[in-house]
Unconditional design. Structure first.
Length: 626
């Protein structure tokens, strides 16, 4: 017989889990609570606990496996993330298929074991780094149903303040690392300076994530913005044998695959360090699902039954997207906006009166067909068609409303976190102007509508961000087809675009030497009036320092991603004055390190900073990639 004192804690646990318990972990609502085809069957999960009379895991079996992360800052709250899991060998419970998404990996033939009882985790948020003054705390549960991830909203916080946070297994001193985060300013706070590090395109097997590590070591931004391609879906190499081989080793399709791939990234020490130090505001691009993902398909998967025939992956486009999206929301420290609306991720942040940050999804939500290899000529013919959309009408209208409301509320800057290059990037091939259509240049009527909204409503101080291309592109935001624009002064533009290079991905087409990269940069730079700097040799990131008076963008490169190292080379700095709506001249204070600059000097100083020691050195790496 159970003694009452033994029974009581178990009953209390069950009562708590049935009550508020599972709700505190946001991931039980991922991707959707209301769509029976998408979400978890919470009552079924709860019945599983009630039926079993075993204890939850012995705390000694549990570990915080992937560090901590935080994100989507609001003035009084922020999202906190961790993962706590039993060691695999202890997980000997029966195979249980939960919800509507079976835990089945199609090629490894492994089922993920369902956890017996929920793991109880406490979290505390501190206003000091010695972790003495508690600002908020709470309890939440996790299980195998959500890959043992835990995502909670820390509340009751003060605006634009730094906090530290830590998780522990309930009633034990098994603790996660101590993370640091920061809330956003109040929407009406005046005069705040806000700085962001902007990343995109981290191809794990192509090299080391030095760019992430450098930002963590330098520690001079408030938040991290990630414009997508946080993971790639491709499989490369053999684990345990090849450097930076992917896990799983094959291309990913299932929920298990996507979780495993993101999990592998989160063991990377440089990526982990930026998650542990900064609140992130990420969006996905295509590779969080698969190459060239759009509304109805991807390069290597059509929305047809072909996938199930002739050794195809045996998965539909929609199921693959749901798998990818669910793993993303489980693992990323972000809020759920309105997932019942086509797995929506687009959302916005009011960062004081200084800026509004508008995060778009130009990929997976509702994008018309993109060039997929077999249809490129067809897309060239269609690119200006008015019906073509990157965002879908719901998101597009929301975007215009956001821009207008931002101006109306008196925010100085509108910063738009977008995936793909917005400005023109034409060059002459065999005597003919040629333009790549995988970005806004394949949706020119859509781009015209954006420009029209900005020009017609006199909305200025717009800063467009982009990733995706694996190169640096800096342009005045100028509607060159429709409005006068002076390339020398920037007169006539409505803002500036800062598009950044990749953390590690290949620059494609720019060759492997500075000479080839600069010759290609020159071809682009001389064929587009609004394009002022192009650079395609270095991997890296940029910082955006936003104040009520000006925006400064500072671009950095990693001399080599073939090794894990702390070196970084300043590539170029640009300033945009409030009200000017164009890059300040002289461009880049007259000098950049590399690439093509429309008016000014390109000098290869090779002067490189070690972000760990503070040492400067003239340095040239021969081997750039793994
Ligand atoms: C937890 O992590 C520590 C440190 O990495 C390790 O020594 C220990 O074996 C792990 N415990 C389990 C149960 O996996
Ligand atoms: C998708 O369909 C197109 C058009 O029929 C075809 O050319 C292409 O090979 C298909 N792709 C895949 C991955 O099946
Ligand atoms: C990613 O890295 C792998 C391994 O180096 C390479 O084969 C692939 O082409 C890369 N893709 C991109 C987009 O960088
Ligand atoms: C950009 O400014 C930083 C100081 O913030 C400086 O260290 C760097 O050398 C500048 N970069 C260039 C290319 O001039
Ligand atoms: C910088 O590196 C480039 C490429 O390796 C080389 O051509 C150039 O001479 C170097 N410049 C200096 C000042 O060392």
């Amino acid at each position: 017989m159970w003694a009452a004192k033994e029974l009581f804690p178990l009953l209390a646990l069950v009562a708590q889990v049935l009550g508020e318990g599972l709700d505190a972990n946001i991931n039980y609502g991922s991707p959707s609570r209301r769509h029976s085809g998408l979400g978890l069957d919470i009552p079924q999960i709860q019945r599983r606990f009630v039926k079993r009379d075993d204890k939850a895991y012995d705390p000694k079996e549990l570990n915080f496996t992937h560090g901590v992360a935080s994100g989507d800052p609001y003035p009084n709250s922020v999202i906190l993330w961790t993962r706590v899991a039993p060691s695999l060998k202890s997980d000997t419970s029966d195979v249980v298929v939960t919800g509507n998404v079976p835990y089945y990996s199609h090629d490894t033939e492994t089922y993920i074991k369902a956890s017996k009882n929920p793991i109880c985790v406490e979290y505390k948020v501190y206003s000091d780094k010695e972790a003495r003054k508690v600002a908020d705390k709470g309890t939440a549960y996790t299980t195998s149903d959500i890959d043992f991830t835990l995502k909670v909203e820390a509340k009751n916080l003060k605006p634009f303040s730094t906090y530290w946070y830590q998780f522990n297994v309930c009633g034990t001193d098994i603790r996660s690392p101590l993370g640091r985060t920061k809330t956003s300013p109040n929407a009406n706070d005046n005069g705040k300076d806000i700085s962001l590090a902007v990343f995109s395109c981290a191809n794990f097997s192509n090299g080391y994530f030095n760019a992430y590590g450098n930002v963590a070591r330098k520690d001079n931004v408030d938040y991290v913005v990630h414009l997508g391609d946080y993971i790639y879906e491709i499989g490369r190499g053999e684990l345990g044998k090849d450097e930076r081989a992917t896990d799983p080793p094959h291309d990913i399709f299932t929920l298990y695959d996507y979780r495993t791939r993101i999990g592998q990234h989160r063991l990377d020490l440089d990526l982990r360090a930026t998650h542990e130090k900064f609140a992130w505001i990420p969006v996905w691009d295509d590779h969080e699902v698969a190459n060239n993902a759009y509304r109805d398909g991807m390069s290597a998967l059509n929305n047809t039954e072909e996938s199930f025939l002739n050794d195809g992956p045996g998965i539909s486009v929609d199921q693959r997207k749901v798998n990818a999206v669910r793993a993303y929301f489980e693992w990323m420290p972000i809020r759920q906006v309105e997932m019942d609306d086509n797995l929506r991720i687009w959302r916005s942040f009011q960062l004081g009166k200084t800026l509004d940050l508008i995060m778009l999804d130009t990929r997976n939500y509702d994008r018309s067909i993109v060039d997929l290899g077999w249809n490129d000529n067809y897309i060239q013919l269609l690119k200006g068609h008015a019906a073509r959309t990157l965002m879908g009408s719901r998101q597009e209208n929301w975007f215009y409303n956001q821009l207008s409301q931002s101006q109306k509320r008196g925010a100085t800057w509108r910063v738009i976190g977008n995936q793909i290059l917005f400005s023109r990037n034409q060059r002459i091939v065999k005597g003919k102007p040629t333009i790549a259509t995988g970005n806004w240049n394949g949706y020119t009527a859509n781009r015209d509508r954006v420009y029209k909204h900005l020009y017609d409503n006199n909305i200025g101080n717009n800063i467009m961000l982009a990733g995706d291309s694996h190169k640096n592109w800096v342009s005045d935001l100028a509607w060159v087809e429709q409005r006068p624009y002076d390339s020398a002064t920037g007169e006539g533009a409505v803002g500036v675009e800062f598009a950044g290079t990749a953390v590690t991905s290949n620059p494609g087409g720019f060759g492997d030497t500075i000479a080839s990269a600069e010759s290609m940069a020159t071809e682009f730079g001389t064929n587009n009036a609004e394009l002022q700097w192009v650079e395609g040799y270095y991997r890296g990131y940029y910082e955006l320092h936003v104040s009520p008076k000006q925006v400064q963008a500072k671009f950095y490169g990693s001399p080599s991603v073939a090794t894990r190292n702390a070196w970084e080379i300043p590539l170029a700095n640009f300033t945009v004055k409030a009200g000017a709506n164009r890059l300040s001249r002289p461009l880049a204070d007259g000098r950049v390190e590399s690439g093509f600059l429309k008016d000014g000097a390109v000098t290869h100083s090779n002067l490189t900073l070690n972000t760990e020691t503070g040492e400067w050195k003239v340095i040239g790496f021969e081997k750039r990639f793994i």
